[in-house]
Design a binder for this molecule. Structure first.
Ligand code: BEZ
Length: 386
């Protein structure tokens, strides 16, 4: 007999309610994140952020201790279904938290839908997760790939650029980020003249950079993240393009990467739902707490992990720690205002944050805010039936 059932049986014998017995046990959180590969540091920051919030609550969320079960998903979609099923079926987790890579997240969303397990996505922007695949038990604390791309399309058009080349990895995140950019940029009269890509997680950019140089566009828009973003920014500068063709990106290009990119990132403009210099009391407190705990500066991934824990807390508080009350849990998260370091946000009808997207510029080791590029931007959530 499992520990939970033993506790419930013992409690029933003592005349204690099942709910009380359940809340006496730990909530099992299945953390499915990359610990290896080009997105490894993103996974670490998400886990740090999540654990920081739990620690700040005294190690309990809504009165329940948290137990973590971890899987390294390697950002490998072909292993994603097996990995998520280990957490759901072997480890019997109460909640899934993951992941970074959009392809892996889509397999997680399918498994969550099939089994009714609560899923909180702390990064992967796959539009489908809060679009056609959305579900009452699926939530996202991060963004949709469309959001930063769309915001940058408006910015680049306002700067007067007419012809743009895009370059990214060929998978959902890259494709959708470019699609969001193109939608806004072309609506405003610009033209995407070439869409370049290479398979994830390749970083052999040379041939594509040569093609950009010969195309001579007014500007380049890009989506890369993690180790790939570091190499792309360095290669772009080494190819001499930084001086001749302005580079714009979704903010992952320069988030959590600046130390490794050094001067090659200086001055770059990106759009994202977080920046290093917000200066609000909420963000200052978060940054100080994170720096004290990990001896590191936080980045957008740490914020998303922290907010995933806040979303879990909002749901758990409403059901007094009884996570089996899934409909009440979902209703509470839907209604919650998440007091995020990025600025408070609520979820749209398909469970994706409705949030400000900042235009940021790299200055030294920081992504500094230039302005709010898009106020309270909601993902269109096409196809969601919630
Ligand atoms: C994604 O695959 O959705 C993704 C990965 C890294 C940063 C942002 C998005």
């Amino acid at each position: 007999m499992s520990f939970v059932r033993t506790a419930i049986a013992a409690s029933l014998a003592l005349g204690v309610s099942v709910t009380q017995a359940q809340v006496a046990t730990k909530i099992k959180v299945g953390l499915m994140l990359p610990a290896t590969g080009t997105f490894a540091s993103l996974g670490t920051a998400i886990e740090n952020g999540f654990r920081l919030y739990v620690t700040e609550q005294g190690g309990k969320v809504a009165g329940r201790e948290i137990e973590f079960v971890k899987v390294d998903d390697e950002s490998e979609p072909s292993k994603a279904t097996d990995n998520v099923n280990k957490l759901i079926k072997r480890d019997n987790v109460d909640v899934l938290v993951g992941t970074v890579h959009s392809g892996v997240a889509m397999a997680m969303a399918k498994a969550a839908k099939d089994t009714g397990t609560i899923l909180i996505v702390p990064n992967a922007g796959a539009d489908a997760v809060t679009g056609p695949m959305c579900g009452a038990n699926i939530f996202r604390s991060s963004f949709s790939n469309w959001q930063p791309g769309y915001a940058m399309g408006e910015v680049v058009a306002k700067k007067g650029h007419k012809n743009v080349v895009t370059i990214t990895w060929k998978y959902a995140a890259g494709d959708e980020s470019v699609r969001g950019f193109k939608e806004a940029f072309e609506k405003a009269g610009g033209k995407v003249v070439k869409e370049l890509s290479l398979p994830f997680p390749n970083v052999e950019f040379q041939a594509l950079l040569t093609e950009i140089a010969s195309t001579k566009p007014d500007a380049v828009y890009t989506f890369f993240a993690g180790g790939g973003a570091v190499k792309f920014v360095k290669d772009y500068a080494a190819a001499g393009l930084k001086k001749s063709v302005p580079l714009y990106g979704a903010g992952f290009l320069t988030d959590g990467t600046l130390e490794a990119q050094g001067g090659d990132a200086d001055g770059l403009l990106t759009t994202l739902h977080y920046a290093d210099s917000l200066g609000t009391p909420r963000d200052n407190a978060f940054r100080a707490s994170y720096a004290k705990t990990y001896k590191l500066q936080p980045d957008v991934y740490a914020v998303q992990g922290y907010d995933a824990a806040q979303m879990l807390a909002a749901g758990l508080a409403a059901v007094k720690g009884d996570i089996s009350k899934k409909a009440e849990f979902a209703a509470a998260v839907e209604k919650a205002t998440i007091d995020s370091p990025r600025g408070a946000f609520t979820l749209g009808k398909s469970h994706n944050p409705v949030q400000d997207i900042y235009l940021r510029q790299v200055s030294g080791a920081e992504n500094k805010v230039v302005e709010v590029a898009s106020k309270a931007l909601a993902d269109p959530g096409r196809g969601c039936r919630l």
